[in-house]
Design a protein around this ligand. Structure first.
Ligand code: ZN
Length: 326
């Protein structure tokens, strides 16, 4: 039986971030207490909980591989990750605390990222809503029917007409394909599973100033990659908390199975044992607390189980997201 891998999250300060990652999550609190990073703990937008990206490569906290980076471990020991065909570790998992709106943005696909950015991966991503205000809406997709209409509306700054707003509540899940225009809105706490990529094209930033200057926009790249038409926002939402698609206790429910990853929701009660039969499996606690194989777990904690780990034993009342690479 192999050991599980414990990673230290990388906290990211952003103009739109809040203080929840530093105050409501044990892993964030620990890092603040240690004074680990020179960071403003009142505006942390993202915690990269599993990342091998050069902009924030997680360090392994304990065990045989303590002190190594995830990117290094993936290269040295591909057998721990099922000998995947990717040169780099393929996924990036984040918890996002949006105190205010994120820019309206879009990501490229693999082909565009390779050709235009010299990066191995584009960005397909998915969101699980951990918490949100009562009347929350996400921005996903748009109303333009043709490319000409899209271009005109973008160039004329007619964003309110262009974008599609989708009402969401806690427990909702949605897949965001490359080319889908989107934005996370203020008050949202989300878990994001995505390809290992940090390429974002900002289409619109509400005229916001940072240090007296507007942030850079990428309108030309955006117009090249935005899909037309795009009804993703109207068609793609899954409600996992109630209704037909709600997850049952101690039964993992598949939320998405795409080219790059699978994501499941698991709500545990009492004791539940599951065999780890994927290339690797990442389990992240979103709510509640308990233990996994005797290790205390609480909200925001994540463990990576390598190939051939064997059985994983969950104990306690927890809501988790599980994911693996395809
Ligand atoms: Zn995005």
């Amino acid at each position: 039986m192999r050991e599980c891998i414990v990673l230290r999250p990388v906290l990211k300060e952003t103009v739109w971030g809040g203080d929840r990652l530093a105050t409501q999550f044990d892993c964030g609190r620990k890092q603040c207490a240690a004074g680990a990073e020179k960071i403003d703990f009142t505006s942390i937008g993202e915690s990269w909980i599993v990342s091998a990206h050069p902009h924030g490569d997680c360090i392994i906290e304990e065990g045989t591989y303590a002190g190594e980076t995830l990117s290094g471990l993936y290269k040295k020991h591909p057998e721990l990750f099922g000998n995947l065909p990717y040169e780099e570790f393929p996924l990036l998992l984040k918890i996002i605390d949006a105190k205010s709106n994120l820019s309206i943005q879009v990501h490229p696909d693999d082909a565009y990222a390779r050709e235009k950015e010299g990066c191995p991966f584009g960005k397909t991503e998915c969101w699980y809503v951990m918490d949100c205000p009562e009347d929350a809406q996400l921005i996903i997709g748009h109303h333009a029917k043709t490319r000409e209409e899209l271009t005109r509306m973008v160039r004329e700054n007619r964003y309110e007409e262009l974008i599609c707003r989708v009402p969401v509540k806690k427990g909702d899940f949605i897949q965001i394909e490359p080319g889908t225009i989107h934005a996370i809105t203020g008050g949202m706490l989300l878990m994001e599973t995505q390809q290992n990529s940090d390429i974002t094209y900002r289409v619109y930033d509400y005229g916001r100033l940072v240090d007296g200057k507007p942030r850079q926009l990428h309108v030309e790249q955006s117009l090249e990659v935005i899909k037309v038409p795009d009804n993703a926002g109207r068609d793609g939402l899954i409600h996992t908390e109630n209704g037909e698609s709600a997850a049952r206790i101690n039964e993992r429910k598949l939320l998405v199975d795409c080219t790059y990853y699978k994501v499941w929701k698991l709500t545990t009660g009492g004791t539940f044992t599951m065999e780890q039969s994927d290339p690797f499996l990442i389990a992240t606690v979103l709510e509640g607390s308990g233990s996994i194989d005797g290790r205390e777990m609480t909200c925001g904690d994540s463990l990576l189980f390598p190939t051939g780990y064997g059985d994983i034993c969950f104990s306690g009342d927890m809501t988790l997201l599980l994911c693996t690479a395809n």
